[in-house]
Design a protein around this ligand. Structure first.
Ligand SMILES: *[C@@H]1O[C@H](CO)[C@@H](O)[C@H](O)[C@H]1NC(C)=O
Ligand SMILES: *[C@@H]1O[C@H](CO)[C@@H](O)[C@H](O)[C@H]1NC(C)=O
Length: 374
């Protein structure tokens, strides 16, 4: 209010002025009636029977103590909706339960033109689609709808959201292809589409997402190859494509990525050899189990090889376990079972703690810890 105080005055003239100021002050400090109406319409499409999270959504000022709503300090427009069904807030502690909510996300939410984040997570029962109009919210940075029953597709014009950094719709029932326009969301840092019903290929231009650090696409029906462009995402640290229908070879450039540390490609239809580069990369958590990979295990371990997880099980790998594996800095969990490996199991530090289950169901491996002398 530019230095004008909003407290009451005493003289009659001042009192009159004060009334005017009070009206002005409250007009500025409370949320716009249109935002309030949009929130109430949003609430009307939802049903939360156990906790009463919407009980606080009363009164004129939706910026004041409405559970999960926050406003921009200056404009007093609604900026964030943050409703999590799994939380340690008192309202949950008192009820001794996690949240459950049914209904759908009303398109009226799109009247909140200054929204910067929408988090409606882990309510288990919210269904319906992601409102199409969400792509008309130019300030949106975070969409987090994890853990509901949301169906339908990812809006085909999602690329309009130039500020979006987080898109998390994991654990829902989203179907259809990833829209090509997704690759236009170049601000995206965290993409989590796990455990949905998404089909079709990974868009060829996926590598346009240069800010991406986590790409989690596991548990869908994604098919086609791993696009080469993906390996040019400099910041990508965590790539999870497991439990899909992805085919073709593992691009060897995956092993040259600057900060990639977790690579999960398990349970797909990948074929061909394991690229040599994967074993001397920065990858420390590598699961390529349950594919159709063949050829030999590359003899390419060295001091740069540091694996908390190295799971190559259930493939068609043949030949010996390479000697160089004993020069790896660390191998925590190793699984080479269910392949066609043959020959002596190397002895040395990475193997001292391993059990027979790491080596069983191969053609002719021998030595400790198997019960089969060479
Ligand atoms: C991506 O953005 C560019 C430039 O804004 C536009 O020309 C192109 O059609 C968009 N691509 C998709 C698939 O939406
Ligand atoms: C690797 O992936 C397979 C198949 O999805 C899974 O069963 C296994 O537990 C994973 N390995 C590790 C060490 O997490």
């Amino acid at each position: 209010m530019g230095g004008v105080s909003c407290t009451r005055q005493t003289t009659p003239a001042a009192a009159a002025l004060a009334v005017v100021l009070l009206v002005m002050c409250s007009a500025v400090t409370s949320c716009p009636p249109s935002d309030r109406a949009a929130l109430l319409a949003f609430k009307a499409a939802l049903h939360e029977p156990h906790l009463g999270i919407f009980n606080s959504w009363t009164g004129a000022d939706c910026c004041n103590k409405w559970y999960g709503v926050s406003c921009d300090q200056e404009t007093r427009r609604v900026a964030d909706i943050n409703l999590r069904g799994e939380s340690e807030e008192p309202i949950f502690e008192r009820a001794h339960r996690t949240g459950y909510m049914t209904g759908y996300i009303s398109p009226k939410i799109c009247k909140l033109k200054r929204l910067s984040s929408i988090t409606i997570a882990d309510w288990k029962g919210i269904s319906g689609e992601i409102p199409r109009c969400i792509t008309s919210l130019p300030f949106l940075r975070i969409i987090d709808l994890i853990g509901n029953q949301i169906s339908g597709t990812i809006p085909s014009d999602i690329g309009r959201l130039h500020r979006l950094t987080v898109l998390n719709v994991a654990d829902n029932a989203i179907s259809g292809w990833m829209p090509p326009s997704l690759t236009n969301v170049t601000s995206l840092m965290h993409l989590d589409l796990r455990n949905n019903k998404i089909s079709g290929p990974i868009p060829r231009a996926f590598g346009n997402l240069q800010m991406l650090s986590r790409a989690l696409l596991s548990g869908n029906q994604i098919s086609g190859p791993i696009p080469e462009s993906l390996t040019r995402i400099y910041r990508l640290a965590d790539l999870d494509l497991s439990r899909n229908l992805i085919s073709g070879p593992i691009p060897s450039s995956l092993g040259k990525m600057a900060v990639l540390s977790t690579l999960n490609l398990d349970m797909n239809r990948l074929s061909g050899p394991i690229p040599v580069s994967l074993f001397s990369s920065g990858i420390s958590d590598l699961n390529i189990s349950r594919n159709s990979l063949d050829g030999k295990i590359p003899d390419a371990f060295g001091v740069r090889s540091y694996f908390t997880v190295l799971d190559l099980s259930y493939n068609k790998l043949s030949g010996p376990i390479p000697k160089s594996i004993t020069s790896a800095s660390y191998v925590g969990h190793l699984d080479l079972s269910h392949n066609h490996l043959c020959g002596p199991i190397p002895t040395g530090s990475p193997f001292d703690h391993l059990e027979a289950s790491s080596f069983v169901f191969n053609d002719c491996l021998c030595g400790k810890p198997l019960n089969k002398p060479c």
